[in-house]
Design a protein around this ligand. Sequence first.
Ligand SMILES: Nc1ncnc2c1ncn2[C@@H]1O[C@H](COP(=O)(O)OP(=O)(O)OP(=O)(O)O)[C@@H](O)[C@H]1O
Length: 586
Amino acid sequence: MGIFSRLGWFFKRRWRQYSFGVLALLLVAACNVVPPRIVGNVVDAVSKRNMSMQFLFVNLGLLLVVAILGYILRFVWQKMIFGSSYVLERDLRNRLFHHFMKMDTTFYKKWRTGDLMAHATNDIDAVREVAGPGVLTLADSLITGLSMIFAMGIFVDWKLTLYAILPLILLAVMANVLGNKIHDAFMDSQAAFSSINNKTQESIVGIKVVKALGQESEDEADFDKYVDKNINANKKTYRLNAMFDPLTSIIMGLSYVITIILGGLAVIHSRITIGQLVSFITYMAELTWPMFAIGSLFNILERGSASYDRIIELLSEKSSLVIPKHEVKDQPRGTLDFEMKKFHYPDGNVSALKDVSFNLGEGQTLGIVGPTGGGKSTIISLLMRDFDHYNGQITVGEHDIRDFKLDDYLDNIGYVPQTNFLFSTNIRDNIRFANIDADQSQVEAAAYVADLDTDIKGMPEGYDTQVGELGVSLSGGQKQRLSIARAVLSNPELLILDDSLSAVDSKTERNIENRIAQNRTSGTTIIAASRLSSVEHADQILVVEDGTISEKGTHKQLLDNRGWYYDTFNLQERNAEIEGRLNTRG
Ligand SMILES: Nc1ncnc2c1ncn2[C@@H]1O[C@H](COP(=O)(O)OP(=O)(O)OP(=O)(O)O)[C@@H](O)[C@H]1O
């Protein structure tokens, strides 16, 4: 029952609808009291042989009026109570989605996609059930139950009523004993469902790898384990739940036995009439539904309560990103100053960056290179404000980047990540994702900069070509270039390419670099790359090794330096030469 008070904020907001709904339920219950009373009266009239046609028609008419009224009132409560429960579902869904949108990288590392999906679907459904069928079942079973008990007492006999409902105490005891166990079982069952979701999502996304490595049967066996775990958790829940219904039948049986013995004696001793006993038994039959409803109510409430706990746990997660007390309203533009004394990832204990500093004037291009795992993407992560806690400072035009509102800051960045993400829509909408009002000429100009225009023109449906889920219908290089077009479309103040030219050939790479340079008359560009030719023309190049800058300068200065850059450049040039020769021969 605690779930009702925890959802109090919502019931308060919708108190009018719930009050109307419960009032309609009350009136339905009042309508339900009438038919047994009429049946009792008719039975008495028949047994006393004094029933007239008029008496019969009046009673039949009354039954009809009550039936119509009941229909209207049922419509009202459904609209009020179930309608409100869908409002709760919408609110929780929106809150959760908004929360997902503002959470940081650490949150997404902790929670897996399947888990989040389960919260956003299964758990929210379970909470909606509390606000809809849960409220209905509670109100209806209470109203019907109490009105039937009052009718039995008032129209027949209070003493007989008390004896008849005595076995109900057993039900309360059982509910108390099973309550916590059912809650825990539901928690386990929802967690097992989340795991299945995770597993399914991972297997489907990684299906190519699974097949390529011939792991289908192993993956299926692994999936079966998750299903078994889920089934066992569900079995436990339903075993506990199943203890309710048989007990309810026993309690009802006991009540009937008491009624027949004591009611029969009361008729024999003329304390009540036969008609009253018939009414009493009809009222008792009406009590059956509320009794069984308590079992299903328990199910709904405990499931909803476990799900609400899970949703609240998720919503209470805080983003570690700084929310500035006084937001800087200026545009984040100007010289970029990066001074990082030390940074380590929240879950790492060694520094991913140590004493990394550089200064980049407006309009300049910075290249970041270095061996794999050196720290290139980490520098970009910090610029993208994936993490705000470090020993150092990053400023853009005099302002610490943490003093900008995150959205305002990121709006000025065009970012092409290492692993590009495409939406399952057409090429045009993928390019203008960050600027959906961009017209066709802007989209085409961006595609030209990314050297993708010729590819698109060659496709039968051109810019209307659907890219499929995650861009399955495009080649790796096309996906990369589409991501670049998306980033350059809004002519961002800071353009960041994180190893995003790795899947294109050297000629295309050169085209893109030249076009970006021509296109970007203002604004700063940062290119992180494994291939040194990508940064050759940068105004400044950093070599990042083991989280620190080992070399710094222009291409020429770094070659003169004869260090890692010199060695790697020569190696890559030789490889490119060999590749070129092989291609000409082929
Ligand atoms: N999210 C993370 N959590 C913890 N450690 C991380 C995380 N991302 C990267 N690291 C670690 O930080 C170090 C630097 O990684 P980073 O991705 O910046 O290297 P990189 O130079 O971009 O490498 P690559 O060229 O392979 O992409 C590595 O030791 C890596 O394991």
